[in-house]
Design a protein around this ligand. Structure first.
Ligand code: ATP
Length: 244
């Protein structure tokens, strides 16, 4: 039977009078890729931000391997095994590619320092296709390569759960294919991933299951084929911005 790694129970987030996430409930199983999808403004990033500790839920519980993480600071949650990438790439611009990844290794789930951290960072940079650019300043990289660095930095934390917040956004069609293949290869390694994504091809080819959000609430859950055929899901998307 599947082992549950992350349990989200009745999680609500209010920003003043706005309910951005409403009583969300879902599980993430070990070795599973779970997609969180939904139109713009439906609460996906807010959900991810609560899991990673960017801000606390207003109420509800989030458990990682049975331990409550809701409301803990981001660095503690990272240590417990949750790593993420951001919708807008966040790197340390004054550092090189490899230094950015070493920083991830030092602050992650298992601390690695010095030569061990550096050799681990090099391995991960090869893994994401950046083996030749390790000493470049991150400021000189192309957009997709900054995304690769961010992914390698998240992997350097050796996470139990990897959160990818629109990692594929902004890529051109060729880069998109490369990006989907890269995430697919992570899935094939047996990683546990939560993917917030708008790119339908990616959702279909990468996700084992999807949770669909609309106006902060879960409106469907199932395989990509199931949820994308769901009438309420179709209505939610058709009623939203055309780029959703
Ligand atoms: N820090 C914040 N303060 C106030 N309101 C916020 C904050 N973060 C998000 N919101 C609001 O919460 C709602 C959900 O936003 P969120 O970014 O989670 O949606 P999303 O589904 O990730 O959207 P997108 O697909 O466009 O990234 C929106 O109405 C947004 O304006």
């Amino acid at each position: 039977m599947a082992r549950v790694v992350l349990e989200v129970r009745d999680v609500t987030k209010r920003f003043g009078g706005l309910v951005a996430v409403r009583e969300m409930v879902f599980d993430v199983n070990h070795n599973e890729v779970l997609g969180i999808i939904g139109p713009n403004g439906s609460g996906k990033s807010t959900m991810i931000n609560m899991i990673s500790g960017t801000f606390p839920p207003s109420s509800g519980s989030i458990r990682l391997n049975g331990q409550e993480i809701a409301g803990k600071p981001a660095h503690r949650i990272a240590r417990q095994g949750v790593a993420r990438t951001f919708q807008l790439v966040r790197l340390l611009p004054e550092l090189s590619v490899v230094e950015n990844v070493i920083a991830g290794a030092a602050f992650g789930h298992r601390k690695r320092w010095g030569a061990e951290a550096e050799s681990f960072a090099r391995t991960l940079l090869e893994r994401v296709g950046l083996g030749r650019q390790i000493n470049m300043p991150v400021s000189s990289l192309t957009y997709i390569n900054t995304k690769r660095v961010e992914l390698a930095r998240a992997l350097a934390c050796e996470p139990e759960v990897l959160l990818l917040d629109e990692w594929l956004a902004g890529l051109n069609p060729t880069e998109l294919e490369t990006g989907i293949d890269l995430i697919k290869s992570l899935r094939d390694e047996g990683r546990t991933i939560i993917l917030v994504e708008h790119v339908m091809d990616a959702i279909r080819s990468l996700c084992d299951r999807c949770v669909v959000m609309s106006s902060g609430a879960k409106i469907a859950e199932g395989t990509p084929t199931e949820v994308l055929a769901d009438e309420e899901v179709i209505r939610a998307y058709l009623g939203a911005d055309e780029d959703a």
